[in-house]
Design a protein around this ligand. Structure first.
Ligand code: NAD
Ligand code: GLY
Length: 359
């Protein structure tokens, strides 16, 4: 079993990674001092697979459990769904002595985490991520939130969980498209932080795609370590943490333009990474050979690289509305070779030109 500590003073917590550990959730919640009622927030698909095991573990540890379901899909990560969750928390008597368990992928984790951050001015929560993307990225670091019609994740809070419990066995039921989507965030860490991790993913891509459990644990652990190291240095994204947004500026824009339907988040990030790597080549930060390696690994991992059709002005408007924009300039993350980042400021129009979208 791997236990990784995220050291954030009073907001510190452990990430526990192993196969078959859902049944230990209740005891682990007791160990971190949680009490009272547990509100398990999930969606119908994940609840059908793992809701009973999670409930059983919590009940066995002495917790009262209420279960809340939200509809499945990014299009429901919004204020309407959040208000329904608040209604359910109220109706169930979830108060400040209770806690929330987020059981699902990044959509459930982000929304349930934000509900925990805001309900009665904040109650504790536990992340039980069940997609690869949530296990390597969204469940760690305390970014919680919902989408606004004008942009993704525009409403939210930094709010750390008390515990992240990653049962790698849950990936067995995840479809290959969603699994590959999670690999986009794995590749991201290699490209902007750790060359040797990039090489590890390159060398083990067949085993990863075959969901070899030992290799999976290794990539989840190393991803969580890399992310935690960044979050420990810059919890609230004053600077450094922005490197984790590599591929996300243009990726989010295409995700938003697609109406969150044709591209899932990790696929949009994959396209955004190809464009970010192109910008990096244009700025002489990255060689053509390094670009080709990044491009090839993204394809090998079953991710899209083709640019979806788009309207130029709409793309500029969406990029400009991004949270990472300051006075018309976007704080854009490039890769310096493979394994290092570089930050620069550009207008949306410059980004379109540098990424080759206008040629
Ligand atoms: P998701 O939550 O929509 O899950 C993808 C699909 O997989 C859903 O249909 C879900 O029902 C299903 N699913 C989940 N676990 C399953 C399992 N074990 N077996 C079978 N099916 C399962 O998508 P995601 O990719 O996990 O998360 C994307 C979201 O995460 C986006 O909203 C994105 O903005 C957010 N995100 C947040 C952060 C952060 O730091 N908070 C980081 C990256 C992404
Ligand atoms: N996924 C980017 C971050 O957590 O900062």
């Amino acid at each position: 079993m791997s236990i990784l500590s995220v050291n954030l003073a009073d907001n510190s917590y452990d990430i526990v990674i192993e196969r078959g550990i859902l049944a230990s959730l209740g005891q682990r919640c007791l160990t971190v001092g949680l009490k009272g009622m547990a509100a398990v927030i999930s969606n119908p698909a994940v609840a059908a697979l793992y809701g009973a095991a999670v409930q059983g573990s919590l009940v066995a540890a002495g917790f009262t459990v209420v279960r809340i379901e939200i509809p499945d899909g990014e299009e429901y990560k919004n204020s309407t769904t959040l208000n329904q969750v608040y209604d359910d928390l109220l109706a169930s008597g979830v108060d400040r002595s209770s806690f929330i368990v987020a059981l699902g992928g990044g959509v459930v984790g982000d929304l349930a985490g934000y509900a925990a951050a805001t309900w009665m001015r904040g109650i504790p929560f536990v992340q039980v991520p069940t997609t690869l993307l949530a296990q390597v990225d969204s469940s760690v670091g305390g970014k919680t939130g919902i989408d606004h019609p004008k942009g993704k994740n525009l409403i939210g809070a930094f709010y750390q969980p008390r515990l992240v419990l990653i049962d790698v066995n849950t990936l067995a039921t995840l479809d290959q498209r969603q699994f590959c989507a999670g690999l986009a965030e794995v590749i991201k860490y290699g490209v902007v932080i750790d060359h040797s991790f990039f090489e590890f993913v390159e060398k083990n891509s067949d085993a990863i795609l075959a969901k070899d459990p030992d290799v999976l644990i290794e990539i989840i652990l190393r991803s969580c370590q890399l992310k935690s190291q960044v979050v420990e240095l810059d919890e609230k994204e004053a600077g450094l943490r922005a490197i984790l947004n590599y591929g996300h500026t243009l990726g989010h824009a295409f995700e938003s333009i697609s109406g969150y339907s044709s591209l899932v988040h990790g696929e949009a990030v994959a396209i955004g990474m190809v464009l970010a790597a192109k910008v990096s080549v244009a700025k002489s930060l990255c060689s053509e050979e390094e670009f080709s390696r990044i491009h090839a690994l993204i394809i090998k991992c079953g991710l899209p690289v083709e640019i979806p059709s788009y309207d130029r002005q709409q793309l500029i408007d969406v990029v400009a509305a991004d949270k990472k924009s300051k006075s018309g300039n976007i704080n854009f993350i490039c890769n310096q070779g493979i394994g290092m980042y570089a930050m620069s400021q550009h207008t949306p129009e410059e980004l379109l030109a540098l990424s080759g979208l206008e040629t």
